[in-house]
Ligand binder design. Structure first.
Ligand SMILES: [Ca+2]
Ligand SMILES: [Ca+2]
Length: 184
């Protein structure tokens, strides 16, 4: 049985190897142009900064240098139920300098296409066992966002040598560059 988390809740992750699934549905007819949401991962050290530039994992850099985090590829539409984008994680491979893995979702060309998370429905982040397919954790972002164009869905962080997941659900008006400015 998966544990359903509410915003702000934290839960331990015991399996070293798992997949993070991210899903969303959009109403592209309301804006007239295609809607492309993108999952990205910022892998941080104790100082809350990227361990190195290559530890920013996204559609143009699919794998972290330590091979612990792998983005499975860009989904351009978000059509359909289930995961729209996925990130595979193997904590046993994670570099010793890493203490936090932040998972954010941004809207590609949000400003030009006049899109925001107010037009996004059914967003979720789940952590599941890649071998059995069984859900371990799930967080459905029920909060109605309005002007936000980027949302941190969740983070995985090390506490006393254990890894935990936090359901974050915090949005902002901005894009990937704003997160880069924050974490680089
Ligand atoms: Ca995408
Ligand atoms: Ca979808």
């Amino acid at each position: 049985m998966a544990i359903n988390l509410q915003k702000g809740q934290r839960e331990s992750i015991h399996a070293p190897k798992f997949t993070i699934g991210l899903g969303w549905d959009t109403n592209s007819s309301s804006t007239g142009s295609a809607f492309d949401l993108d999952a990205s991962v910022f892998i941080l050290g104790d100082n809350k900064r990227l361990v190195a530039d290559e530890y920013f994992v996204f559609y143009n850099n699919l794998k972290s240098p330590d091979s612990a985090v792998e983005h499975t590829g860009d989904n351009l539409t978000g059509d359909g139920d289930g995961d729209d984008e996925q990130v595979k994680v193997d904590l046993s491979k994670v570099d010793s300098k890493v203490s936090e893995i932040c998972i954010v979702v941004t809207i590609h060309e949000a400003e030009a296409r006049r899109q925001n998370f107010g037009q996004v429905r059914n967003s979720f982040i789940r952590v599941f066992d890649a071998e059995t397919g069984a859900d371990i954790l799930k967080y459905e972002l029920e909060e109605d966002f309005s002007i936000e164009t980027a949302v941190e869905f969740g983070r995985i962080y090390k506490k006393d040598n254990n890894w935990k997941f936090e359901a974050v659900g915090v949005g902002m008006k901005g894009g990937l560059q704003d997160y880069l400015n924050k974490y680089q």
